[in-house]
Design a protein around this ligand. Structure first.
Ligand code: ADP
Ligand code: MG
Length: 347
């Protein structure tokens, strides 16, 4: 079915590592392109090219070595992806990045489909902070390049805007009282069919994912709704590959889409150990046009991220047979940096 022998992956972090491993199991070679010379994924790929994401010469070299291109983070310049696309297929399509790289375009797209996000307003200059009282307390988020809570500010009253530098574009989102956060991993194939994983329950600490758990403790109505929305979003984006939809559930059990990640996702790491087919394998299968495998949960599971210096406690620890420790072997430890994770399978 597939003619892909070499998969090009832009981005070289832990998601890249797990994509390379999945590709290897399917006999597909990988080339990593990344702007960090210490990229941890280079140790798992057949080849590694280090270059800036707008370095045309290096990008050409990369493109010439691969049959199909995908990415493990969404903030690659769209013009770069479009140039690659003139020569080799890129999945998912760069138009997806155009929408999702920008929080306001993303939210607008979601709401237009009749799917709710929390209330928000574009704050592109200090003039836009009129009549925003109903959004307070709120969270001010940069429209682009935010991740793990970076570029976010809690706004409790109008004075809090004084410390904001309006050189950036922002959206102000109403801060809701969260009952729960969940995510859905979905893989859509080139024939338009999708496979979907069970909802994952997530706990964030300091706006960074801390733990993910399956099965999630949600009622059937919410479970069906979040799956239905994910299928609709993937379809409307004409999405190819694995993506993640992050949701909020508020105190009155209302479901909102928080954001879409057009890539494999941290909350889906547990699919490696707890499913017959991981989100990473599903992604490789989809972008390389291999046959779909229906995901089946084999075990309940918990994933915990290991952040910063906490990694040192794990490196010499002994693990039980149901515990799977994954060290990303990053050269530098930094506070708030994801260094590894552990998955614990439960009966
Ligand atoms: P990032 O793009 O950095 O992942 P998110 O928008 O997903 O940023 O926010 C990170 C976390 O912050 C969320 O998972 C949630 O825990 C919290 N958060 C973000 N927006 C809101 C909100 N409007 N109301 C309540 N909590 C929020
Ligand atoms: Mg998020």
């Amino acid at each position: 079915m597939s003619n892909t022998k070499v998969l090009g992956i832009i981005g070289g972090g832990q998601l890249g590592i797990m994509l390379c491993q999945a590709a290897k199991n399917l006999d597909i070679k990988t080339v990593i392109y990344c702007d960090d010379e210490d990229s941890p994924a280079q140790n798992y790929s057949e080849n590694f090219i280090c270059g800036k994401y707008d370095d045309e010469t290096k990008i050409k070299e990369f493109t010439s070595q691969v049959d199909v291109v995908t990415f493990e983070f969404e903030n690659i310049p769209v013009p770069t992806l479009k140039k690659i696309q003139q020569i080799k297929p890129v999945y998912p399509d760069p138009n997806v990045n155009f929408i999702i790289q920008h929080r306001s375009k993303e939210k607008n797209f979601i709401n237009q489909l009749g799917i709710k996000t929390v209330d928000y307003k574009n704050i592109y200059s200090c003039k836009d902070i009129e009549n925003i009282e109903k959004l307070l307390p709120g969270i001010l988020k940069t429209t682009t390049l935010g991740y793990d809570g970076k570029g976010q500010y809690i706004i409790s009253n109008l004075q809090d805007f004084e410390k904001i530098d309006f050189k950036n574009e922002f959206i102000l989102e109403k801060k809701i009282n969260l009952q729960k956060e969940i995510s859905i991993i979905i893989t859509r194939y080139q024939n338009g069919n999708s496979v979907i994983y069970d909802p994952i329950e997530n706990i964030h600490k300091d706006q960074i994912l801390d733990t993910s758990k399956i099965p999630s403790n949600i009622d059937d109505k919410i479970a069906n709704q979040c799956k239905k929305y994910a299928i609709k979003l993937a379809h409307e984006l004409n999405y190819i590959g694995t993506m993640c939809v992050e949701y909020f559930i508020d105190e009155s059990n209302e479901l909102f889409v928080n954001e879409i990640a057009p890539r494999v996702h941290n909350s889906g790491h547990l699919t490696i150990n707890a499913y017959n087919v991981s989100q990473f394998e599903s992604h490789v299968r989809s972008v390389c046009n291999l046959e779909a495998v229906e995901p089946v949960m084999k075990s309940a599971a918990i994933m915990k991220n290991i952040i910063g210096d906490d990694i040192f406690d794990y490196k010499n620890r002994e693990f039980k047979s149901n515990e799977y420790f994954f060290d990303y072997l990053k050269k530098k430890t930094k506070p708030k940096r994801k260094m590894g994770h552990i998955i614990i399978l439960e009966d």
